[in-house]
Design a protein around this ligand. Structure first.
Ligand code: CU
Length: 131
């Protein structure tokens, strides 16, 4: 008799906790994108898309003054971090997020998603070659 009562109140607590967790999960909501570029640049834009845990394409070649725009497939959170730390670190939490960087100086610029690469040579890494 007492055992039954304890079970019943335990069930009530579990339902309340589950309900609360559900309410929290649902109240997360959209923090609002608005990261779409305003188009201030005058160069061409090359898109690098996060696909799974790799960049596609992982290697791009552009001309000085051009932009690279990183986008996400939305399946996983990603970010863009430059090896030198001179640009990035930008989050790509959702499919609508983008990050753009204009490259004015010829050179080789390695980047990674630091969620999916522990260095700049393996995992979710890429390179921008600026001519
Ligand atoms: Cu990633």
């Amino acid at each position: 008799m007492i055992g039954k009562k304890v079970r019943a109140s335990l069930l009530t607590v579990l339902v309340a906790v589950a309900g609360g967790a559900l309410a929290v999960a649902c109240s997360g909501g959209d923090s609002g994108g608005g990261t779409d570029p305003t188009g201030t640049g005058n160069g061409n834009v090359t898109v690098v898309r996060a696909s799974g845990t790799s960049w596609s394409p992982a290697s791009v070649t552009i001309k000085a003054g051009d932009k690279v725009r990183w986008t996400s497939d939305g399946a996983l959170p990603h970010n863009v971090e430059s090896e030198t730390g001179a640009w990035g670190l930008a989050s790509l939490p959702a499919a609508t997020s983008t990050f753009e960087q204009t490259f004015n100086t010829p050179g080789t610029y390695r980047f990674r998603c630091n969620f999916h690469s522990s260095n700049f040579t393996t995992g979710m890494v890429g390179v921008v070659t600026v001519q």
